[in-house]
Design a protein around this ligand. Structure first.
Ligand SMILES: [Zn+2]
Ligand SMILES: [Zn+2]
Length: 260
């Protein structure tokens, strides 16, 4: 009996750790790769780093880079006015907070990708099979946890339940975090730049690897660093990763707003 409970505690801790770590990976993939590099051309990644992010994007997010860039660029062009794909002022606070994904999907279906997605690479096979990516990620986690459950003598199926639960929680965590940026950061927080849209929110920045520094981002859209200026209290984990990628030689070129 004691052994069984020990095994349950071990697999529970493993599933919580999995969710916490992969949540960071998913959010860093979004902010560093999809947002800062591909959408705003803040910098260009070298092929090895780009492919790692692309696979992470395929397995964890199911996002098509060109679509992401197109919808997001439209958000910058029509911020909080008619035409913004996801604005708390146009669609309502709760609709964006809880339904951001549906607003995104509805815009992605009709947006002109040639115009709004200009310059963003297409990955034919991966782009066409984005749902297969999400499903593969889910199955992979279930199998790994299933084997782990079997090794702990809990059984394969119990292991799968822990893996599936952690992965679904990861999805909810991610959707809520992106919903918070697109809703709350357009309504509440502090403005470092009074002449720019949106607000900074340190707690949301902590949850989203820097994306919550949204007023800074709306002011300097092509900056790879969302913690603009030397404000120690603004945490931007995305920028920390970009600096690391630069140090290991994975940045091919730097945009004009790269900090000197
Ligand atoms: Zn915004
Ligand atoms: Zn942006």
């Amino acid at each position: 009996m004691t052994t069984t409970w020990t095994s349950v505690i071990i697999i529970l801790i493993a599933s919580i750790l999995y969710e916490r770590i992969i949540s960071k990976v998913a959010k860093l993939t979004t902010t560093v790769y999809l947002h800062r590099s591909l959408t705003h051309f803040s910098f260009k990644l070298k092929r090895p780093a780009e492919m790692i992010f692309r696979v992470s994007c395929w397995l964890l997010l199911g996002s098509i880079p060109r679509e992401f860039a197109a919808v997001h660029r439209k958000h910058h062009k029509y911020t909080d006015i008619e035409g913004d794909p996801h604005s708390p002022f146009v669609n309502g606070y709760w609709s964006v907070l809880l339904g951001n994904i549906f607003l995104y999907q509805s815009e992605a279906k009709k947006i002109d990708l040639n115009y709004w997605g200009k310059g963003v690479p297409t990955y034919d096979w991966l782009d066409k099979h984005s749902n297969l990516g999400l499903l593969s990620g889910f199955i992979l986690v279930c199998v790994v946890f299933g084997v782990f459950g079997w090794l702990l003598s809990l059984g394969f199926f119990i292991g799968v339940l822990f893996g599936a639960g952690a992965h679904l929680l990861l999805g909810l965590d991610y959707l809520l975090a992106t919903g918070l940026v697109n809703s709350h950061c357009h309504k509440r927080g502090y403005k470092t730049y009074k002449d720019a849209d949106a607000y900074n929110n340190r707690f949301i920045a902590f949850l989203t690897c820097g994306e919550g520094l949204h007023n800074n981002h709306h002011k300097y859209q092509s900056s790879p660093r969302l913690r603009t200026g030397e404000r120690w209290f603004e945490l931007d984990e995305g920028w920390l990763l970009i600096k690391f990628l630069d140090r290991i030689g994975q940045i091919e070129s730097k945009g004009p707003e790269w900090p000197s």
